[in-house]
Design a binder for this molecule. Structure first.
Ligand SMILES: Nc1ncnc2c1ncn2[C@@H]1O[C@H](COP(=O)(O)OP(=O)(O)OP(=O)(O)O)[C@@H](O)[C@H]1O
Ligand SMILES: Cc1ncsc1CCO
Ligand SMILES: [Mg+2]
Length: 279
């Protein structure tokens, strides 16, 4: 796509970055206890406000005060089936966007039952690694070709191998799907973008993907689902690239990464988006 051909997308991304900082949308999150702190801190870094909940009775009131909802199925607790289903239902009934991270889709009956229960609520954005996107499309029965293998929470598939699954998921939800990896793919039924760059050091900290989902939920509070997914992808590539230094340790990288997210400069994000969003 020539530079002038993607100006609309670049402008939308820059506006979402600015609007999140101005509007500070509250995002209600239902996420795993491995990465909950990183999710909240990255949401704050890009301008959002964070609230993490666990209990079923909190689903409706949290959705009511939130601009968007984030649901991550990483570490399911006994109340998760009821709580997460009610959180998705409440978001939909209130006409608010919600983002799903189908962590380790296919692992165990509880997770499968929950992800199947969430299907009817059609997430505005699905964000997962390649194997999770493939596994979710299989689980939801919207893709007949059986492929893909999630190893715990890790992907064993390439982003391109998940492209057709992502498209099928987008056809079902009518929303956006983001596949993360060395080059991310963000798509809806009409548009497909590839976002290059970033740092492979994101693979050395836990929760880069989980927090990306949480940050996309912040942007979904100020922009349409496709723009939100695209913005999250671009700022993760941008901030991780700036954070990584030769010889750096993994925790110093995590700190520098969150710092760079908190210091996003709209002009620099614009420049980065122009050269890293491809069709
Ligand atoms: N090789 C790589 N080079 C650059 N960026 C990468 C690479 N691999 C992953 N990323 C980036 O890391 C972030 C997280 O993506 P990843 O696919 O690792 O998610 P995930 O497997 O769900 O992670 P987690 O479950 O640990 O949260 C994304 O922003 C993605 O673009
Ligand atoms: C390591 C891990 N285990 C369950 S959730 C999670 C965070 C990355 O998905
Ligand atoms: Mg993950």
């Amino acid at each position: 796509m020539p530079a002038e051909g993607k100006m609309k997308e670049v402008t939308s991304v820059v506006n979402a970055v600015k609007d999140a900082k101005i509007q500070c949308p509250l995002v209600g999150s239902w996420t795993n206890f491995v990465t909950i702190n990183l999710v909240a801190n990255t949401q704050l870094a890009v301008g959002g406000r964070a609230a993490m909940c666990f209990l079923p009775d909190e689903a409706k009131p949290l959705a009511f005060v939130s601009k968007s909802t984030y649901i991550n199925v990483g570490t399911l607790q006994p109340v998760a089936l009821q709580a997460l289903t009610e959180a998705a239902k409440a978001a939909v009934e209130l006409g608010k966007p919600w983002v799903l991270d189908p962590v380790a889709a296919g692992l165990g009956d509880t997770r499968t039952q929950l992800l199947n229960a969430l299907k009817q609520y059609k997430p505005s954005v699905i964000r997962g690694n390649a194997s999770e996107i493939i596994a979710l499309a299989n689980l939801w029965g919207i893709q007949t070709e059986k492929k893909g293998k999630v190893e715990g929470v890790d992907s064993t598939d390439t982003v391109d191998a998940a492209l057709s699954s992502a498209l099928e998921l987008a056809k079902w939800t009518g929303g956006a799907v983001a596949i993360s990896g060395e080059t991310d793919i963000v798509l809806d039924i009409n548009n497909t973008y590839r976002i290059s760059g970033g740092s492979a050091m994101l693979k050395s900290i836990t929760g880069a993907g989980c927090s990306l989902g949480g940050v996309i939920a912040v942007y979904a509070g100020v922009a349409d689902p496709l723009t939100a997914a695209l913005t999250g992808s671009v700022v993760y590539k941008y901030a991780s690239e700036r954070a990584a230094k030769k010889g750096m340790g993994t925790f110093s990288f995590q700190t520098a990464f969150v710092d760079n997210l908190s210091l996003l400069n709209a002009d620099e994000v614009e420049k980065y988006a122009k050269s890293h969003i491809n069709s």
